[in-house]
Design a protein around this ligand. Structure first.
Ligand code: NAP
Length: 298
């Protein structure tokens, strides 16, 4: 298939390009900068420079493609997320660029849109499982960009088109966030939010890349994508093992956790998310777990 990927130079985008190329697809990555071109070509894709906020520019770039995959995100690393302005770019990408991408894809007669989303829209559900039918916790204004993005993807599915919205688990692998978490674990600084008994649903980058390939086989709808949920206490030990230290990763003290604000508060939630729907519909399976040795170097 001819597939265009936005956010193609990012953590998710690069994995998606590589996995799609390996599966035999003809893949073009979109970047706003010339320096992004070799990154995409290095993963085996073709690169096109376009402005992700410009519907006309995008429609031109998408013409002749059957599928558009949007992986755009710009998530602040660690406690930088506490700064009010640190989410501005991420918000703008979801509120404006993702909407422009969905509309441009429709303008260009693309047949399928695969949109990255997140499990952090679900409420804390304690030890109970979370399926796709669980109502979202998105009333706060902070979630407006993600809601607008979802709505645009749903609208795209009108008139016989298809849109697949992937609610991805917490990414781990060779990215800035995990590198930061491993560094903090080595130095004994706190890094985890929530309580040890809370659940976390993780997704390794390479499995995320493969999920975009699997999503080509999925019907329109919402799908959770993550590995087997584990407790945060388990994750703290897995981080320590990968960091090469004895002591488990530390939790932030309650007093700090109480003031993290809406965005980082999502990280305190217990999210035991089931990906059974995605697995049974597409055959996708996670292959790298947090107890797989060497996961931070893959
Ligand atoms: N579910 C999850 O847990 C989840 C999901 C997504 C990301 N993350 C984490 O967030 C961190 C950052 O992710 P990332 O590396 O993919 O993000 P990133 O590199 O900051 O952004 C991804 C791509 O989006 C484009 N982009 C970013 N800001 C833009 C802007 N203002 N205007 C236009 N395009 C813009 C860039 O493409 P060009 O510069 O090539 O145009 C960039 O390569 C990683 O550690 C990742 O693991 C986690």
């Amino acid at each position: 298939m001819r597939i265009a990927v936005t956010g193609a130079t990012g953590v998710l985008g690069q994995e998606a390009v590589e996995a799609l190329v390996a599966a035999g697809h003809e893949v073009t990555g979109i970047t706003r900068r010339d320096s992004g071109v070799p990154i995409i070509e290095g993963r085996g894709g073709r690169a096109v420079v376009a402005d992700v906020f410009d519907r006309t520019d995008l429609a031109r770039a998408f013409r002749g493609y059957e599928v558009v995959i949007n992986t755009l995100a710009h998530v602040p690393v660690g406690m930088a997320g506490l700064r009010p302005l640190s989410w501005r770019e991420d918000d703008k990408l979801h509120l404006e660029a993702s909407v422009a991408i969905a509309r441009a894809a429709a303008d260009a007669h693309v047949r399928k849109l695969i949109q990255e989303s997140t499990i952090y829209l679900y409420p804390d559900n304690g030890t109970d499982w979370i399926g796709e039918d669980q109502p979202l916790s998105v009333r706060n204004q902070a979630f407006r960009p993600r809601v607008a993005e979802m709505r645009a993807a749903v609208d795209f599915a009108a008139a016989g088109r298809s849109s697949v919205i992937l609610r991805l688990g917490q990414l781990f692998g060779r990215d800035q966030h995990t590198t930061h978490a491993l560094k903090a674990t080595r130095s004994g600084d706190p890094i985890l939010l929530g309580k040890p008994e809370n659940y976390v649903t993780l997704l390794h980058h390479t499995d995320a890349g493969r999920a975009f390939v699997a999503a080509l086989r999925a019907d329109s709808g919402f799908y959770n994508v993550g590995g087997e949920p584990i407790t945060k206490a388990r994750w703290a030990k897995d981080l320590a093992a990968e960091a090469g230290v004895e002591h488990p990763a530390k939790f932030y003290p309650e007093i700090t956790q109480a003031i993290v604000g809406t965005r980082l508060d999502t990280q305190r939630r217990s999210l035991r998310v089931s990906s059974v729907r995605f697995m049974s519909e597409t055959g996708w399976r996670p292959t790298v777990g947090p107890s797989t040795p060497g996961w931070s170097r893959r």
